[in-house]
Design a protein around this ligand. Structure first.
Ligand code: ZN
Length: 274
């Protein structure tokens, strides 16, 4: 009996060890990172494009497309300077060629400049060569005039496939910038309508789309900027907004916004018909 008890006791004590050994062998070890790599595996999901940013604090960015415009951009620059606000200008190469001094002024006053192609080409159905030519030509000119390489591009009409975004990001180093606030100002619905749409839709982390080639848009800006400043918003450039991105999705607004969404569904977004 004593021997049998000892045998059982030894079985009971050994069994957990035996199971533990089996577990060690059957649970696969985490894959080792490739040699020389210090980045976590999540780095492969690097974000290429932004229509909004998930930020801590009341930061947002206002953007102006399709210029520079001889008639409107200097007025806008005066206004931004008076209010100490930095914006982001997605310029067209052909407009820069017509207004090189205005582009230099935009840069000198601390605003960010992004590439919006040379001719406002619709990129989604263009060949890679056509896209490369549009972006290269505009970029070369921006660098020649300002000494700075753009970090951002915005596709005209927001139209660009996932594959195109990836190779443009890899080849040019651009972040692809869309928007989450669209006042449809290119339809020229009136100064007050443009102002009210922007004020109503702006949230922390927003990227506001507008066009400095349209006089009513520039006329709407004093009210837009004053109201958003009074609400406590802080204007930064798009690249500054991206730097403070927390990653992940931005929380949904607390109040229902169903009406605003039905007014401009994402699928029908159109940007800047000139
Ligand atoms: Zn545009």
């Amino acid at each position: 009996m004593i021997r049998r008890a000892l045998f059982l006791a030894s079985l009971l004590t050994l069994t957990p060890i035996a199971f533990a050994r089996i577990e060690e062998e059957t649970i696969p070890a985490p894959a080792a990172p490739p040699a020389g790599s210090t980045a976590p595996t999540r780095a492969s999901k690097e974000k290429l494009s932004y229509s909004e940013v998930n930020v801590e604090g009341p930061y947002l960015a206002i953007t102006f497309d399709d210029g520079p415009s001889t008639r409107n951009t200097p007025k806008l620059l005066d206004l931004l300077a008076a209010k100490h606000i930095k914006g982001t200008f997605f310029v067209l190469g052909e407009c820069v060629a017509a207004n090189p001094e205005i582009l230099k002024r935009i840069a000198a006053e601390g605003h960010e400049i992004g590439n919006h192609t040379w001719t406002h080409a619709s990129l989604a159905k263009s060949s890679d060569e056509k896209i490369r030519g549009e972006l290269q030509r505009a970029e070369k000119q921006i660098i020649a005039l300002t000494g700075m390489k753009p970090k951002l591009m915005r596709p005209p009409y927001g139209a660009m496939s996932a594959r195109q975004r990836k190779w443009v990001h890899d080849e040019f180093g651009y972040n692809i910038v869309l928007w989450d606030v669209d006042p449809l100002d290119w339809k020229e619905p009136g100064v007050n309508v443009v102002a009210n749409r922007i004020i109503k839709e702006a949230r922390p982390g927003s990227i506001i789309l507008s066009h400095d080639i349209h006089a009513p848009t520039v006329e709407a800006m004093p009210e837009v900027l004053d109201t958003l400043l009074a609400k406590g918003f802080k204007f930064v450039t798009v690249s500054e907004l991206i730097v403070i991105d927390k990653g992940g999705s931005r929380p949904e607004p607390t109040k229902p916004a169903a009406k605003a969404e039905s007014e401009a569904p994402a699928a029908t977004r159109t940007e800047g018909i000139r």
